[in-house]
Design a protein around this ligand. Structure first.
Ligand code: ARG
Length: 587
């Protein structure tokens, strides 16, 4: 048996049973259990239930207390105030529960898998071909990858889709230019670094743009190219493929720097749905979901209006026959629902695209592709701001290149690591610097709820104090150092020992890991996990300050405290891994 019933769940069960016994007409009533400062838990549900049953709350509370069995899990239960219940857990139950978590042979710390897992297709990390990646792409990648891992951890089947921007009119210009200057991208792909790949593309883009703006005949040829591309002309497609390949070299280098796994088969960009576009339009038109308006195929909505008060349609096909972003997304929905058999479609995309997704999802619902069993959610994220609180730009007012930011974070973090390092080699400093720097960037992004904007402030991100990944990584490394110093003395749970307050708080918090993961998964909210981990590290710090570990009073206490250190470390490690952040053994 790998999964462990949490103390919260056991207490909940006992109180719910006592409540049903005391007030049968309440049925499966919720005692509303919360962690509390006064006792370990407080149950707040009695008041409302008593009111509903026209009973005296204090009397009902006293009846519940008399029904609860104490001794094994519950040490003490008492009525407080107008009808609250305060519950204290036995020290033994806390230690035994943690021991069961540590003994989980799968290494999941007893975290159960979802009872009814489904299939989620998650659309994240979707940069655009032949373009630099910027901070917006950072957010989608970081949030998406964490949500993916959290969902997988709960047993959900997750299909990743990197919906890269690899289709559209600008490719006509690029392809035409490359066709006229055939050697501009010639090289053996394997030898090209990400940086070179991007500078090749950038050079080509600028040159093509210049010609496009100054040469009318080139412009005409470029426009014709788009038509050839969408019609599938083999030579044009081969040229287009060169751009995609060159861009992928660059994307992969950035994802590698981000310490993030992106797999080639999961990259299914806009072009991947080209064959479905005509049929998508036909289905929408035949069902009457979309109508022709001034030649274009449109879907109208009552509640979506432009600034002038007129309804804004979703344009599925333009009047010249061209398909845009909406047709692609609608086709992707059909693929994800009918071929990939998804129950949930998740889109980790900038909040500025919310109107687009609102219209696309509503269209798909009207068409019957989405319904009560298959639903789509945009995990809309806010904007990354500069220190001045305005959208993040360079001093020259240009968008900031993601790679430059990451390099700077790594530099800053390396400086912090070097300052603290006692016995680290240069090579180790470089490795830790990258793990700390990238961790800092990811954590800053994940620790605020996704829909909020946040300030990109590297000084704060790599600080050793406060709610940062560095603080968490140091807590982890400190534990590892204690475990190393313990030498032959092994961590070992000693349920017979009485616990101090600091040990109890730490233990009860570790027990809540499973519930936190479940909540973060259900709400697609990595920030809840980040907040949990920060509190874990803080509780560990107080424990460490108050309770000598290796110098504890008895050998049994040393073992039990080492055990607490060890489970804390494992929980930190697992939780950080779900955020995509490394926990180095030494710092
Ligand atoms: N490539 C787009 C961008 O950079 C994001 C794609 C979002 N996904 C989607 N299915 N539309 O803004």
């Amino acid at each position: 048996m790998a999964s462990v019933t949490s103390l919260t769940a056991s207490v909940h069960q006992r109180l719910a049973a006592a409540l049903t016994a005391a007030l049968p007409e309440a049925g499966a009533a919720d005692p509303l259990l919360r962690r509390s400062d006064r006792a370990d838990y407080q149950a707040n549900g009695i008041l409302a239930l008593a009111k509903k049953a026209k009973a005296n709350p204090r009397e009902l509370a006293a009846q519940v207390v008399s029904q609860v069995v104490t001794g094994d899990v519950i040490e003490e239960i008492e009525v407080s105030g107008p009808g609250f219940l305060n519950v204290t857990i036995t020290d033994r139950a806390i230690t035994e529960n943690l021991a069961a978590r540590a003994a989980d042979s799968e290494g999941r710390l007893g975290v159960p898998r979802a009872e009814h897992p489904g299939t989620t297709v998650i659309d994240y990390a979707q940069p655009n071909v032949a373009k630099e990646m910027h901070v917006g792409h950072l957010r989608s990648a970081v949030i998406g990858d964490s949500v993916r891992q959290i969902l997988e951890f709960t047993g959900e089947t997750v299909v990743r889709r990197h919906h890269i921007g690899d289709w559209g009119t600008q490719f006509g210009m690029l392809i035409q230019y490359l066709d006229e200057h055939p050697h501009e991208l010639d090289h053996k792909a394997a030898e090209v670094t990400g940086e070179e790949a991007m500078s090749n593309l950038d050079r080509l883009y600028k040159a093509a743009r210049k010609k496009f703006d100054s040469d009318e005949e080139f412009k005409t040829r470029a426009r014709r190219r788009v038509v050839d591309l969408q019609a599938g002309d083999p030579h044009t497609l081969a040229m287009w493929q060169k751009f995609v390949d060159e861009s992928k070299i660059y994307f992969f280098s950035v994802f590698e720097k981000l310490d993030m796994e992106v797999r080639d088969p999961d990259i299914v960009g806009e072009s991947g749905y080209n064959d479905m576009l005509a049929e998508t339009c036909r289905l929408l038109e035949e069902s009457g979901v979309a109508v022709r308006s001034e030649g274009a195929l449109c879907v109208f909505f009552d509640d979506i209006k432009g600034p002038d008060g007129k309804p804004v349609p979703l344009i599925v096909q333009k009047s010249d026959g061209g398909y845009g972003y909406a047709a692609t997304d609608l086709s992707a929905i059909r693929d994800r629902v009918f071929n990939l058999k998804a129950n949930t479609l998740l889109y980790v995309v900038d909040a500025r695209q919310s109107l687009h997704f609102k219209m696309v999802f509503e269209t798909a619902r009207r068409a019957g592709w989405l319904n009560d069993d298959v639903h789509a959610v945009q995990l809309a994220f806010g904007t990354v701001l500069g220190k001045d609180g305005k959208p993040f730009k360079t001093r020259e007012g240009e968008t900031v290149r993601l790679v430059d930011l990451l390099d700077e974070a790594i530099d800053r973090a390396s400086a912090v690591v070097r300052e603290k390092a006692q016995d680290l080699s240069e090579e180790e400093i470089a490795e830790r610097g990258a793990q700390v720097g990238i961790g800092a960037v990811k954590y800053a992004d994940l620790s605020t709820s996704a829909n909020r904007d946040y300030k990109f402030d590297l000084d704060q991100m790599v600080s050793l104090n406060g709610d940062t990944s560095v603080y968490l990584q140091y807590a982890y490394a400190r534990i590892q150092s204690i475990l190393r110093k313990a030498g032959d003395v092994r961590p070992s749970a000693r349920p017979e020992l009485a616990l101090t307050d600091a040990e109890r708080s730490l233990g009860l918090h570790i027990d809540a890991f499973a519930e936190t993961v479940a909540e973060a998964a259900a709400e697609h909210a990595p920030h809840k996990l980040a907040a949990y981990l920060y509190q874990l590290a803080s509780l560990y710090t107080s424990f460490y300050d108050k309770c000598p570990v290796l110098k504890a009073e008895t050998p049994e206490q040393v073992e039990n405290r080492l055990f607490l250190c060890d489970v804390t470390a494992r929980t930190l490690h697992q939780g950080m891994a779900l955020l995509g952040i490394r926990t180095p053994e030494r710092l």
